[in-house]
Write a protein of this length. Structure first.
Length: 237
């Protein structure tokens, strides 16, 4: 995973300092490279919204409050995970309007902060891109958008929203390149994005209109990764 950029926003300096310490402690324990950017107002945060991966956002702030700042953040950077913070539980329901992934309460608890960060990290799978070609033009394709990969020996084709992109790589190279929590090999020719699987029954993987038969040799491993994905990630992407 690339460096995680975390924004923390609160108008009270002491609370901001406390939150900074708890967030730093939690991310160090996970073992990620990270950067924490502290903001004392929603306006300051929005100026750097595009670079943020995750934000702790206080609801009660003068001027632009957390709810309105969250709405604007969603429009600027839809991939940024929002964690709302408040000491007033009655305001939690408002946070649904900004698609808040988690809520944390004041005074902050270290385990609650850590749990919220871990939940957001699970949501981040498949955000990296791979370079592929269409009509001889290069594109950066987001891994989440790849429905499946088809091998033709010396090259592969990536199916993305009904369009085929070509990449000069073997299937083994693609397995190393793509997120293993998101992609699973169904047989020697197909590598499937588990988030795009519409149905799996009797060894047949349905991805849109494509029916892919899981090989006998790979079926057990495919079923294991499919179940793990369902339990951990489906509905969170």
């Amino acid at each position: 995973m690339d460096r995680l950029r975390i924004g923390i926003c609160d108008d009270e300096e002491m609370i901001l300092k406390k939150l900074h310490g708890l967030v730093e402690q939690a991310v160090r324990r996970i073992g990620l490279e990270f950067e924490i950017l502290a903001f004392s107002s929603g306006k300051d945060l929005l100026r750097q919204a595009e670079k943020l991966d995750l934000v702790f956002l206080d609801i009660e702030m003068p001027g632009l409050d957390g709810i309105e700042a969250g709405r604007m953040l969603c429009r600027i950077n839809s991939e940024c995970a929002i964690i709302m913070a408040t000491g007033v539980e009655e305001r939690y329901k408002e946070a649904f309007h900004v698609r808040a992934l988690r809520f944390v309460t004041k005074p902050f608890d270290s385990s609650e902060i850590a749990e919220a960060i871990e939940a957001c990290l699970k949501r981040r799978i498949g955000l990296k891109t791979v370079e592929a070609y269409r009509n001889r033009k290069p594109y950066q394709v987001c891994q989440r958008e790849i429905a499946y990969v088809i091998s033709y020996g010396s090259y592969v084709e990536l199916m993305v929203r009904g369009k085929r992109f070509r990449k000069e790589a073997s299937m083994e190279e693609m397995e190393k390149l793509l997120e293993p929590r998101l992609f699973s090999r169904a047989d020697r020719k197909y590598l499937v994005n588990l988030g795009h699987v519409d149905d799996y029954k009797n060894g047949i993987v349905t991805v849109g209109e494509e029916k892919i038969k899981a090989s006998r040799r790979r079926r057990k491993e495919f079923e294991r990764t499919y179940i793990e994905f369902d339990l951990e990630y489906r509905g969170k992407l």
